[in-house]
Design a protein around this ligand. Structure first.
Ligand code: UGA
Length: 427
């Protein structure tokens, strides 16, 4: 079993660290945020992820996972160091590697012994970053290191489950010994393990998210076309998904994709591709499609209600999807902004993301329950696929709302069960 240091305790670092500890490795984690360190050390994850609290407490009790106060303390016993810091978008869409640079500098400064460590980039980074950013800093510090890349494929909300039971593992290594060490960390995994070079592993992560974003944008566009032709998306989707080269998954149309990964990664790839002279017109189209898709929900409301001025609109689901409290790039923001600009009164509700959404858009009134948001509303937009919303019935809408106009932006309700409701979706 290996001794692992985790640098960066966001959802990826925490879930990966807890998963490694659960599998028997010894993990010491660190983060620059002292409040976050303290909370996690006390068994309180600072964000919602299904199952993480219980799993964290267990590995803390077993002393297989601990939180260090300093980088030096975190890397002391380690032979492998995972870099799990964020790589957000800059205003021009390009990838901001500032946090990664800072983390590697701090790692180099804290690395005082002569122990050879394997440094693994888990952060999502453009091809060439490990060799172009991480390697020079460690080389300048004259540290004896090996370099690897191990992209994460964790879905928010299910990140722990995905970390414990991955469906594939991609490892990029700077040589056979690094590959052997990385494979050893995943000895217990029962899934395909693909080992390649560092730059290719970085590229696989972007290729995956770019393809997933393209699938969603395609589903959204196809649904819009189905509306234009007056045919049902569900039926077309059934026929389409029968082609094994396509498969029916990740083709749910609605108000577009959000989150901390798909929009940011596609933008970063487009910006980096353009700089290198490749015109990524398809991916530019994916972003353009996604940027306007939410307007379809507003159009459905206007078709049913006419002018939205003075209308009371409930917005159910403020996070970028269900089962998370993350509001990064949530489609709820452009939807609410547009409704407000049209003079509507917007009442939002989310099982977890209310406070975070309020910080982004304080003009939206936040209700304490779906029922309270629906009370007296002229229309409702379902923006995130929370399980609780998929259990709403026609009776819930008919009894609470002033006019029962329901726009299902995530295809979570069954139209056949919506008798009496003016039920609309996209496609
Ligand atoms: C995504 C990928 O699915 C993960 O594999 C990846 O590891 C992660 O990014 C990452 O790079 O870290 P995540 O951002 O958690 O995961 O969310 P998804 O479940 O992929 O959903 C993204 C957005 O697409 C959501 O707004 C969702 O509502 C939307 N979506 C998804 C659709 O509109 N239709 C679909 O069929 C699927």
């Amino acid at each position: 079993m290996a001794s692992i240091a985790i640098v960066g305790l966001g959802p990826v670092g925490l879930c990966s660290g807890v998963a490694f500890a659960t599998q028997g490795h010894r993990v010491v984690a660190v983060d620059i945020d002292s409040k976050r360190r303290q909370e996690i050390a006390r068994g309180k994850p600072p964000f919602y992820e299904k199952g993480i609290e219980a799993a964290l407490r267990k590995v803390l009790r077993q002393k297989r996972f601990s939180v260090a106060e300093t980088m030096e303390e975190a890397i002391g016993p380690s032979t492998v160091v995972f870099l799990c810091v964020g790589t957000p978008s800059r205003s021009d869409g390009s990838m901001d590697d500032g946090a990664l640079r800072d983390a590697v500098k701090s790692l180099a400064a804290a690395w005082k012994d002569e122990k050879r460590r394997t440094v693994v980039v888990k952060s999502t980074v453009l091809p060439g970053t490990a060799d172009g950013v991480v390697r020079p800093i460690l080389e300048a510090a004259r540290r004896p290191f090996r370099l690897g890349v191990n992209p994460e494929f964790l879905r928010e909300g299910r990140a722990l489950e995905d970390a414990l039971r991955p469906d594939r593992i991609v490892l990029g290594a700077d040589g056979p010994e690094t590959a052997r060490i990385l494979k050893g960390l995943y000895r217990s995994a029962k899934c395909p393990l693909f080992s390649t070079d560092v730059k290719t592993a970085e590229a696989v992560k972007y290729a995956t998210n770019a393809f997933l974003a393209t699938k969603v944008a395609f589903a959204d566009e196809l649904a819009n076309l189905c509306d234009a032709f007056g045919i049902s998306y569900d039926e077309v989707h059934k026929g389409l998904g029968l082609d094994p080269r396509i498969n029916p998954r990740f083709l749910v149309p609605g108000v577009g994709f959000g989150g901390s990964c798909l929009p940011k990664d596609v933008r970063a790839l487009v910006a980096a591709g353009r700089r290198r002279g490749a015109e990524p017109v398809l991916l530019e189209g994916v972003l353009a499609q996604n940027d306007q898709q939410y307007l379809r929900a507003i159009a459905r409301l206007e078709e049913e209600l006419g002018d939205l001025k003075g209308k009371r609109i409930a917005l159910l689901g403020l996070a970028f999807k269900g089962d998370t409290d993350d509001v990064r790039e949530t489609r709820a923001v452009p939807i609410a902004r547009t409704l407000l600009s049209k003079g509507a009164l917007v009442i939002g509700y989310d099982p977890l993301a209310g406070p975070a959404f309020s910080a982004l858009l304080p003009e939206v009134k936040i209700a304490d329950s779906a029922k309270e948001a629906l009370d007296g509303a002229d229309g409702v937009v379902l923006q995130a696929d929370w399980p609780a919303f998929s259990r709403l019935t026609a009776k819930d809408f008919l009894t609470a709302m002033a006019t029962p106009v329901v726009v299902d932006g995530r295809r979570i309700l069954d139209p056949k069960k919506m008798q009496g409701v003016r039920f609309r979706r996209i496609g």
